[in-house]
Design a protein around this ligand. Structure first.
Ligand code: UDP
Ligand code: MG
Length: 336
């Protein structure tokens, strides 16, 4: 994805870590990742993304990078959030396989090898499942359980734990996904949408020993709103007129029916219907016609916006897995 992919050494495996104020966790984290990577026979690199930490994490990262040439550090100018940090990590990673994990030592680097092995069985995404999660019960585990259930239902992706950062991806998957808002936790859903094969694997989870969680209960609402967006993008984004237009036409037809019935009745039995058209039926009829017109118009506007969305970003409406005996002609984003 980045330009330096041409002159850098070949890399098979990239470890991507979003870092926000994790100063005292970083050296131990690096030591554990190093020892796991040394056990594995991959050409690997470690990409730390410092998401605008102000606690001195940057100095520690600089030190770590000085002592290990496979470490790269991407530093943000300010705190842009975990999703942005992971996105930057994907953009800077050179490996064909990318593993993400939290930088707070809650995920166990010793799981990296197992995830990659699973990925190599033929999956595109292998998602960690914090089966024995070490976080507060009421404020963290319960909301997360409910959120996971809802996300499962809304996206049709049947994994237990969307929120676990520890995941392994094939490069093509993250190249085809653009992340916004709090969407890093929906990567499996977005990946599913582009046709990726997803597996899940229980992973170790440890309690946080230094620093504190960057999220509170308010995250639930943000996740919920993002879920609505995801659901919309997955289902309707290339055919808004089909969704809004259908509702509009039904409403319009019923409304027209009601109004026609009232007007015809007025000719046939004026004495009865002169009363009727003062009844709520007339209001309902007119309301439905207006709603119908509004929905059809909304659908048309949606169509216009969809075209702008896809064409301005050169975003195709399909994703090619491979082309046999030829090169994929899928348009690449501008500037690549
Ligand atoms: N993080 C980040 N930017 C943020 C918030 C968090 O890069 O704005 C990182 C953080 O350093 C950690 C990971 O994202 O590596 C997960 O954060 P945290 O441990 O606070 O979340 P939790 O485990 O409590 O869900
Ligand atoms: Mg954590």
């Amino acid at each position: 994805m980045s330009d330096d992919s041409l002159d850098a050494k070949p890399v098979d495996l990239s470890i991507v870590l979003p870092v926000f104020e994790e100063r005292e966790n970083l050296r131990e984290l690096h030591r554990q990742i190093r020892s796991e990577l040394d056990n594995l026979r991959y050409r690997s690199e470690i990409v730390f993304v410092d998401d605008g930490s102000k606690d001195g994490s940057d100095a520690v990262l600089r030190e770590i990078a000085a002592g290990d040439e496979s470490v790269r550090v991407v530093r943000f100018r300010r705190n842009f959030g975990q999703t942005a940090a992971m996105s930057a990590g994907f953009d800077h990673a050179l490996g064909n396989i990318i593993v993400t994990l939290d930088a707070d030592l809650q995920n166990d680097p010793a799981d990296i090898g197992r995830l990659v092995e699973k990925l190599n069985e033929g999956y595109d995404v292998v998602s960690g499942w914090r089966k024995n999660r070490q976080d507060a019960f009421i404020l963290r585990k319960i909301p997360s359980m409910l959120a996971n259930r809802l996300i499962r239902r809304m996206t049709g992706v049947h994994i237990h734990d969307f929120g676990c950062t520890l995941k392994a991806y094939r490069r093509e998957v993250v190249e085809n996904i653009r992340l916004y808002g709090e969407m890093h936790r929906f990567i499996p859903a977005l990946a599913h949408w582009i046709g990726a094969d997803i597996a899940e694997m229980p992973v170790n989870h440890r309690a946080r020993t230094w620093g504190r969680s960057k999220y509170g209960i308010s995250r639930t609402l943000r996740v919920l709103l993002d879920l609505i967006t995801i659901r919309f993008l997955m289902n309707f984004s290339t055919r808004p007129i089909q969704v809004f237009g259908r509702v509009g036409i039904y409403a319009g037809l019923v409304g027209t029916g009601i109004c026609a019935w009232l007007s015809v009745g007025k000719f046939i039995a004026p004495e009865r219907y002169s009363l009727l058209d003062r009844m709520p039926m007339l209001l309902l009829g007119i309301l439905l016609i207006l709603v119908g017109v509004q929905f059809v118009t909304m659908g048309l506007l949606g169509e216009l916006m969809t075209r702008t969305y896809h064409e301005s970003q050169d975003k195709p409406i399909y994703v090619v897995r491979e082309v046999i005996n030829g090169k994929s002609r899928q348009p690449r984003p501008l500037g690549e």
